[in-house]
Ligand binder design. Sequence first.
Ligand code: BGC
Length: 754
Amino acid sequence: MKIHRQKAKALIAKLTLQEKALLCVGKDLWTTQPIDRLGIPSIWMADGPHGLRKASFSTAGGLGNSEPATCFPTSSALASTWNLELIHQIGEAMGKEAQVQGIQIILGPGVNMKRDPRGGRNFEYYSEDPVLSGKMAAAFINGIQSQGVGTSLKHFAVNNQEFARMYFSSELDERTLREIYLPAFEIAVREAKPWTVMCSYNKINGTFAAENPLILHKVLKEEWGFEGFVVSDWYAVNDRPEGVNAGLHLEMPGSGDVSVDKIFSAVQTGKLAETRLNTIVEDLLAVILKAHEACKPDVTYSLETHHKLARQASAESIVLLKNENNLLPLPSKIKIAVIGEFAKAPRIQGGGSSQVVATQIDCLWDALLQDYPELTYTKGYEKDGTTSEKMLEEAAKLANSADIAVVLAGLPKRYESECFDRDHIDLPEGQNRLIETVVTAQKKTVVVLTNGSAVTMPWHKNIPCIVESWLGGQAGGSAVADILTGRVNPSGKLSETFPHRLLDCPAYLNWPGEQGKVHYAEGLYIGYRYYDTKEIEPMFPFGHGLSYTTFEYSEMHTNRIDFSKTDVLKVSLKIHNTGAVSGSEVVQLYVHPEQSRLKRPYKELKGFCKVALEPDEVKEVVFTLNHRDFSYYDPESACWVADDGAYSLQIGASSRDIRLQKQVKLIDADPVPFVFSRFTPLKEWMTRPKALSLVEPLIEKKSAEIALHQDEDAKAMMEALFMDLPIVKLVQFSRGQFTEEQLDEMIHKANLRK
Ligand code: BGC
């Protein structure tokens, strides 16, 4: 970047004000403005998170008109692989495709948290957990950028619903912002240095992201050291000069002369400092120059290899939710009834700007037919999920005459897309009826689900085997066949909680907001953080997923029991494949604080690792933890704090299946300085020796009076009242003997560090 920055700096001196303003606004739908006279090139951006969408320059063509590209599984599926190497490879593949198609920046990945399963773009996002999302994004970005193509980490920030996304304000407290909604971005920025970040449409606590100096400048640039440029989400700009001030480098798409003129006159009238504009243009140019130089016109790739990678990723993302009596993998030479339209017309991705025109599409029917020539099929429901008595009868007959029934169910296309949220999280009623009908006719029923985010399963107790196949991309059909037949041993684990019902969801009472605001009243408690802390049983917990083999966890060790703020804690354990087939296990590390000064979720994911093991093979897994992994954000002192005391390190096969745990103790962490004020209650003064010595003489008389009370209940009440009394009230209590001046002096002394 250094050399490009120097070049950018040199160019600033040569650019006119008009040209600088031009550079801050896109040329058209997808490219930046070139300045030919100075040899400044234009760069081209294209979606998206799970495949390339090099679209045309007219909006009229709509979606589905882009150049064909490999359609990988969508992000919720990719995150369920928990395989960082694989995500890196997908990034590399997409980087190559971008090079071939002449794209310099890929508009992804999206790392917004899944605050509620109804979120319309949940399929496009990784997880409800910031660590899993952040690590996935970092691997993906590193993969793409290793090919000389940039990325755009999006949608920054707190954009967790589609409802009113262009004008609603996400209202949240600072801890929730710092601990839940920013860390995935932070991890990705720190570990992968995306060339660009895309700001979101919404407001954050009243200020639009596109003009938000806290988010775009203070957090992103000053705290995290981001060196690239920030691009607006498409049409997210509201006040362009304000955006330049706040740290928004590029408006997309271009808005003709409208914004250019505004920037120009803001500088001329002194509303916007030209030095500020220069800094913004310098950041922008540094990336544009770098991206242009990294173009490799001679890159080639094999469609087939990328398709294979998509198939591998899809198979690894599939989560075996339930497998009673080891119904799966399917034995060979049996009669299988395949029921459900998705078997022949698969839904491979969600709707909206991430929609890829796939290079080919596999379906389960074709893939299974190769192994089971006697396969039978019936549709079961219409595209919209409705069914009829005739379809149900036909399905029951077919299921009954086979050895096993495989029902393909899931969300119709109309349910999941950018621009709207789901109203509920149920499958279409027709499909639920179909599943109940089939299992009545055939006990051995496997349900394979196609959906981008959690759904309810009212029938889950009656169905012996449930497979979550997500939106599996262009090779999803063959990947499901790989899992069903046992060619691939399932190793996916849920990247989000599946609740029993929508009513159980943490944001239920505050979704999607009203009168211009959505209050994140559940605070830190989203996903498993909520279900665990509240002890609500989910249908399938975060991190859950079965395998055709079994794993034994043992020998958990830490390099220390007592550790200090600067120590790196190493956690190791052994994992043993105790079954008959090879398989991979996702080992998860959660940290549970045994106590805390501020309220915290019961436990939080701080590490994970996917381990491949042959039968009887044993491997060691090692995690490292540092101070931040034990910390929460303290808004009063504006820093990350870990309290002294005990923490349980929990190793799980899911968030609800903890196999090993060990306690460690943080000692000599810097205590957060307590700040005394006029409203600090007496109880706080009395638990700190120095403050106690200051306040004691003043309260002796009152304490003695309370002690004289005969009635124990009244005494308890008086004590409670007294202890909770803000110190300032002593001025009134003393009827002027203890003065305001004395109070200030006492507070000053109590706050002295020595
Ligand atoms: C989406 C972005 C996308 C952009 C360009 C917007 O509607 O929110 O995620 O990158 O369009 O297609």
